[in-house]
Design a protein around this ligand. Structure first.
Ligand code: SF4
Length: 360
């Protein structure tokens, strides 16, 4: 495609952006570290939620070097509540790699950036275009929707040929220089005007170029992907106490919540907490996890929560420690109430910890 043909589109977009750009903390300086951290945090998470986390994170780790030198528990604790914890683990890993290989300076070469843990096509494009003014496209939730509407593209735009066509379009509309600004303007336009529901076409600087607006398809594009079937499950977590301490496990690499701490927890094969003492499979799994024989006791609390397609009912029960049963698969630690507050946990474990602290 010829870049010139998009000049009128870019001019209107930039004129709109001059008046409507979102004021975001990571935009104050085009520091690749800030852009990188913010883009990782923004994956699957709203701008409103990210702002507070970003400020606290940068205050604690003002440079890549500072992040690299921090302990994983400290980094994970600051991430706590943001979810998708693998993002944090990979961010930390990448910081350590940059510190070791590049003296703490974020690389400015696309291939090198793509080798870093946790950095995909989108994040590489965002950092290189915004911080280094290199001509790389981006495609995240807002621009995916915006571009699909501009082109009136039907079908599943998240994968396959349609997705590849959107990447090509995102690249074609970029100017020879100033791609970072265009990319940010596109993200803001998607976020503020071309919203998932009821896009404000009458206020849109791209309306004259938009195929969906011309054909009245803006409410139908993008087409919703088929919904995943909901699955219901019961889990049990155990409060195991000894001399004012409580037993925790740390999730290992490769499993959900890797690096975070939790009360020994697993899926149950029964429907009622009263039946847990008869669930021998559950007791075996807890024994493998902790290396200890744990006998289910009384119910302390229960809660419901969702993780992706799962609707989980969680029973929080007392667990009686009946001694060693073998080598634990997971790292375990007996912790005080104070340590319980400091260690990084997922959000349900944090709620259970608040109850546990009162019982120590
Ligand atoms: S005209 Fe409407 S549908 Fe098209 S890009 Fe603008 S807000 Fe989105």
């Amino acid at each position: 495609m010829i870049r010139q043909q998009y000049e009128p589109f870019r001019s209107r977009l930039l004129a709109w952006y001059a008046d409507h750009a979102r004021q975001l903390p990571w935009r104050n300086a085009a520091d690749p570290y800030y852009v990188w951290v913010s883009e990782i945090m923004l994956q699957q998470t709203t701008v409103q939620t990210v702002q507070g986390y970003f400020d606290r994170f940068i205050k604690a780790f003002p440079t890549i070097q500072a992040l690299a030198e921090a302990e994983p528990d400290t980094v994970n604790r600051l991430w706590e509540g943001l979810g998708y914890y693998r993002r944090c683990t990979l961010l930390h890993k990448a910081a350590r790699f940059i510190a070791a290989q590049y003296g703490g300076v974020f690389p400015d070469d696309y291939q090198t950036v793509r080798q870093l843990p946790g950095i995909g096509r989108y994040t590489a494009g965002a950092v290189l275009s915004i911080a280094f003014d290199q001509r790389f496209p981006i495609l995240e939730a807002n621009t995916l929707r915006l571009h699909a509407r501009l082109l009136a593209l039907r079908g599943d735009i998240r994968r396959g040929k349609a997705n590849e066509n959107l990447w090509k379009f995102a690249e074609a509309i970029l100017p020879a220089s100033g791609s970072g600004k265009i990319n940010q303007a596109l993200m803001d336009l998607g976020s503020i005007i071309c919203t998932p529901k009821k896009p404000q076409c009458t206020a849109c600087p791209a309306a004259a170029f938009c195929q969906s607006a011309k054909q009245g398809l803006q409410e139908l594009i993008p087409e919703a992907p088929p919904k995943e079937t909901t699955e219901y499950r019961i889990e049990a977590a155990f409060l195991i106490r000894k001399k004012k301490k409580v037993l925790l496990i740390r999730y290992p690499e490769g499993v959900r919540w890797a690096g975070l701490w939790d009360f020994p927890r697993t899926e149950a094969g029964v429907r009622l907490p009263l039946e847990l003492p008869h669930d021998l499979t559950l007791q075996k799994k807890i024994a493998e996890m902790t290396g200890r024989k744990i006998l289910p006791g009384r119910l302390i609390a229960s809660c419901k929560h969702s993780v992706t397609k799962y609707r989980i009912t969680l029973f929080f029960c007392e667990g009686l420690d009946a001694g060693k049963s073998g080598s634990p698969l997971y790292e375990t630690r007996w912790v005080t109430a104070e340590e319980l507050q400091q260690l990084p946990m997922n959000s349900t474990a944090r709620k259970l910890a608040q109850t546990a602290v009162l019982m120590l």
